[in-house]
Ligand binder design. Sequence first.
Ligand code: CMP
Length: 140
Amino acid sequence: MGVERTLSIIKPDATRRNLTGKINARLEDSGLKIIAQKRLHLTRGQAEKFYEVHKERPFYNDLVEFMISGPVVVQVLEADGAVALNRKVMGETNPANAAEGTIRRDFAESIEANSVHGSDSAENAQNEIRFFFSETEIVG
Ligand code: CMP
């Protein structure tokens, strides 16, 4: 698989509860290296564009509202097989289905306020990383 990068977002429900450090510890303890990170308040335009693939889904408008309801922390994570590793550490989208010891099981409030986002493929990871970061902001 080799060294890979993935995009992670610590969502507004988690920043609101001051969980950035606890979530970062979970990521680092699993072997993911945080090689870029910034705290942002997304504009509506950014949130709409980032989640454009979900535009036709019934939850799209709520998701956009939620993602602009407070600050987020966007991050680039690096590890061998980072995309799959991060998805394992996050757990299932719906915290009710997330395995014990995962971020979403332990911290998420609901399927929408589920504390973290992670890219779902290496190709999407590249696009999502480019959406938020320039090469000079990523220090591997
Ligand atoms: P995320 O990985 O950020 O990608 C899309 C988000 O939509 C997802 O996490 C959830 O937080 C949110 N969402 C809200 N409702 C649903 C749903 N019914 N199915 C899937 N995702 C949902």
